[in-house]
Design a protein around this ligand. Structure first.
Ligand code: MN
Length: 239
């Protein structure tokens, strides 16, 4: 499958370390495994958590030889167990955690797994659709109808309600979505989506080749302050 893609990951303008990690890997069966993880924890523990999650996912999905969707489920199970075990050790990595959003992309469908607030969007015919729900206090409040009640001022709104490393068996969301020729996918960390609205993401993607899209999105977030690490991974299916 001749997919095209681009990826860019940047520390941003305020942080000292880039705690985001990403993965693009062709699978023996012909699909493409893509992932973005956004690590949490002080003293560089976040980047350890996100790198461990992505590395474990890659090994598990490649090694188990399970047909999708079982391969991705097994990858999430192993990644959650690995980050939890490392975070439970006393020392500098204690308490670290990470988001993880990943998908196995085939010619006519994708299977995605998701924990945290790293997002996956589908862009088709210029329209953008988010395929993931944020596991954050803000979105949980909106989903439960409490969003209007001072939600934007709530200092807890960016706090995650689910992430890898918090529990040994943290449950991810899984979803299968049909794809069409020419579809684009965007995986990105909240360093992008907290500064660039969905409609603007669609606009940039519509006006930019896939090869330049990831870098262009990172540049836009940096132009607006770059308060967090920024990772964008763009995939385009053949037309
Ligand atoms: Mn972030």
């Amino acid at each position: 499958m001749a997919v095209r893609y681009s990826v860019a990951s940047d520390v941003g303008r305020r942080r000292e370390n880039n705690e985001d990690s990403y993965l693009v890997e062709g699978l023996p069966g012909g699909g493409l495994l893509v992932a973005v993880a956004d690590g949490l924890g002080g003293c560089a523990a976040g980047e350890v958590a996100s790198a461990l999650a992505v590395r474990t996912l890659r090994r598990a999905v490649g090694a188990v030889g399970l047909p999708e969707p079982d391969g991705l489920r097994e990858g999430f199970r192993q990644a959650a167990a690995a980050v939890y075990a490392a975070a439970a050790q006393p020392g500098e990595h204690s308490g670290m955690a990470t988001t993880l959003t990943a998908a196995v992309v085939a010619a006519n469908e994708l299977f995605l797994g998701h924990l945290g607030d790293t997002r996956l969007y589908l862009i088709r015919d210029g329209a953008i659709r988010r395929l993931t729900e944020d596991h954050s206090v803000a979105e949980e409040m909106e989903r439960s109808g409490e969003g209007a009640a001072g939600g934007r001022e709530n200092p807890q709104r960016h706090v995650l309600t689910r992430a890898l490393g918090v529990k040994a068996d943290e449950e991810a969301d899984f979803r299968r979505v049909s794809l069409e020729p020419g579809d684009r996918l965007l995986l990105c960390s909240d360093g992008l989506t907290s500064l660039v609205a969905d409609a603007e993401l669609a606009q940039v993607l519509a006006g930019t080749s896939v090869e330049r899209s990831a870098q262009e999105l990172v540049r836009l977030a940096n132009d607006r302050g770059g308060y967090d690490n920024i990772t964008a991974l763009v995939v385009e299916l053949p037309a």
